[in-house]
Design a protein around this ligand. Structure first.
Ligand SMILES: NC(=O)N[C@H]1NC(=O)NC1=O
Length: 161
């Protein structure tokens, strides 16, 4: 791939962080998809704490305001749908709203979980339980979830091309 093509194709494998693809581009060549995923993971691992916070803050809430307005990225829309977050009961939606806000108020970034590997109940449980962690723990766990989301987005691109 040409440089611009690589950057375009992988621009959103980390939500709204197109500069990740520009940086990973420099690590070419890759032997296979798993090597490519490892390069994006390395990019995430090598970010400063401030950089990691920016990555976490780029993610939309699960079942949040952007979702309600239909303003999520296409990737996030599909991920949230796959977990059933577009079909919450009124009670589940209220639980999500309350816990998302409580989490953001404590940590200063949104609760992040790989929606495609979860269902409504495990997301709500995660939201409740992870609230008790320290900020350092949640930065680590959040970045680890971003890696899972990133891997699945890369595999979608590679499988469909
Ligand atoms: N908040 C949050 O976890 N958002 C992300 N999770 C996911 O699977 N896709 C997202 O946009």
């Amino acid at each position: 791939m040409r440089d611009e093509q690589f950057e375009w194709v992988f621009r959103n494998v980390i939500e709204l962080r197109s500069e990740a693809a520009a940086c990973v581009r420099e690590m070419r060549p890759f032997t296979d998809a798993s090597d490519l995923c490892a390069a994006f993971h390395k990019y995430l691992d090598e970010l400063s704490v401030g950089g990691k916070l920016q990555v976490l803050k780029s993610h939309p809430d699960l079942a949040g305001r952007l979702a309600a307005k239909g303003e999520l990225t296409q990737e996030s829309t599909e991920e949230q749908r796959s977990a059933g977050l577009n079909e919450l009961t009124v009670e589940q939606k209220a639980t999500m709203d309350f816990n998302n806000e409580r989490y953001k108020k404590k940590f200063g970034f949104p609760f992040i979980i790989c929606a495609r590997q979860n269902k409504i109940q495990s997301i709500i449980e995660g939201l409740r339980n992870r609230y008790n962690h320290t900020t350092e723990q949640e930065i680590d766990i959040g970045i680890n979830e971003v890696k899972k989301i990133c891997t699945l987005r890369i595999l979608d691109i590679v499988m469909n091309s």
